[in-house]
Ligand binder design. Structure first.
Ligand code: IPM
Ligand code: MG
Length: 374
């Protein structure tokens, strides 16, 4: 019998990305032992710090290795002072190189409040929402919109006179991400409020033409699914998710609107340290915690690794489906249960959740819990 092995590329990147990817890898090793799954992992340095050391954003072979892999885990990109000669963030070439280069068009960002987690919307730690009332996913378009590199400066006599960022919205780009959102909705249990499957189209179609196209395509695709259609302008959406999070199941939106809405949404689940994500295309996938490199906390073993660990969980769930391997499904459930029970116990939490545990203690506790699964 040949032993099938899954090829995983780790890109720890900058700052706390390195610390949280280490914990994610620990968890991967734990499920590998527990469920007899073989992961063939390779790690590449990259990002702003790597750029300052080497003059490159990532090693030449890294993209090709990512292209050949079954999945990628990225930590964080961005470091103070690490700027490319054109003024752009050094390391962005890694994130965008993968999102665009591998055509990872659906950026899947779950917002789920686990029992025991207190959030900070009221400044002090409180639990305003019942955990079961926050469980929705934002699907952010990931390859066009304001992120399309159709931008530039007009400089005259050494003075920057004008800057243009063109927002590109295509029918194909809308279709595939909207269909992705409806398919995802069909796999879920519906909104916490009423158990109804619901997809919300989040846009600014009262002003923007691209959003009008997005909404038109949304309506066309929605008719193929037994799912409630819902609409929200982005400005209203940001207040409704705070006031009535239980109404939401899946929301689909364009690139920059999704970027902004998901940072806000993370507060409903305990903050950026809890926000995991998946960048998914038809043939490749990359997983990353949504938080950044947090230079201020770098090297202190303080960062919350749960976003990274839950990104590993999303990776396992993606691979389980893609490879139809039930061991991966069990492993994914085990990681989520281990995180859930750690949060419920509440005695091994990092500072952002009101605890004093270190990043590695949280990783160790998740591993311990996986090892004790009967
Ligand atoms: C995110 C980040 C990135 C983005 C940055 C780091 C380029 O904010 O993943 O949400 O804007 O997409
Ligand atoms: Mg962002």
């Amino acid at each position: 019998m040949t032993t099938m092995s899954y090829r995983i590329i780790l890109l720890p990147g900058d700052g706390v990305g390195r610390e949280v990817v280490r914990e994610g890898k620990k968890v991967l090793d734990a499920v590998s032992d527990r469920y007899g799954i073989s992961f063939d992992c390779a790690s590449y340095s990259c990002g702003g710090q790597y750029y300052l050391e080497t003059g490159r954003e990532w090693p030449d072979e890294a993209f090709e290795e990512c292209r050949k892999a079954d999945a990628i885990l990225l930590g964080a990109i961005g470091w103070p002072g690490a700027t490319l000669p054109d003024g752009n963030l050094a390391g962005a070439g890694v994130v965008f190189g993968l999102r665009f280069g591998l055509d990872l068009y659906a950026n899947v960002r779950p917002t789920k409040l686990y029992p025991g987690v207190r959030h900070r919307i009221c400044n002090e730690f409180t639990q305003v929402w019942k955990p079961e009332s926050v469980d929705f996913v934002v699907v952010r378009e990931n390859t066009e919109g304001c992120y399309t590199p159709t931008r530039g400066f007009l400089r005259r006599g050494g003075i920057t006179e004008l800057a243009v960022d063109s927002r590109v919205i295509t029918r194909k780009g809308c279709e595939r991400v909207i269909r992705f959102a409806f398919n995802l909705c069909m796999k879920r249990r519906g909104a916490p409020k009423d158990g109804k499957r619901r997809v919300t189209c989040v846009d600014k179609s009262n002003v923007m033409n691209g959003c009008q196209l997005f909404r038109q395509v949304f309506n066309e695709i929605a008719s193929d699914y037994p799912v409630e259609k819902d609409y929200s302008y982005i400005d209203a959406f940001t207040q409704w998710i705070i006031r009535n999070p239980e109404f939401y199941d899946v929301a689909v939106t364009s690139n920059m609107l999704g970027d902004i809405a998901t940072d806000l949404a993370s507060v409903l689940q305990g903050g950026m340290g809890m926000a995991a994500s998946a960048n998914i295309g038809d043939t490749h996938a990359m997983f990353e915690p949504v938080h950044g490199s947090a230079p201020k906390y770098t090297g202190q073993n303080k960062a919350n690794p749960i976003a990274s660990i839950l990104s590993v969980q999303m990776m396992l769930s993606y691979l389980a489906e893609k490879k139809t391997d039930s061991r991966l499904k069990e492993a994914s459930e085990a990681v989520e249960n281990a995180v859930g029970s750690l949060l419920k116990r509440g005695n091994t939490l990092t500072y952002d959740l009101g605890g004093e545990a270190t990043c590695s203690q949280v990783g160790d506790a998740v591993v311990e819990s996986i090892n004790h699964i009967p």
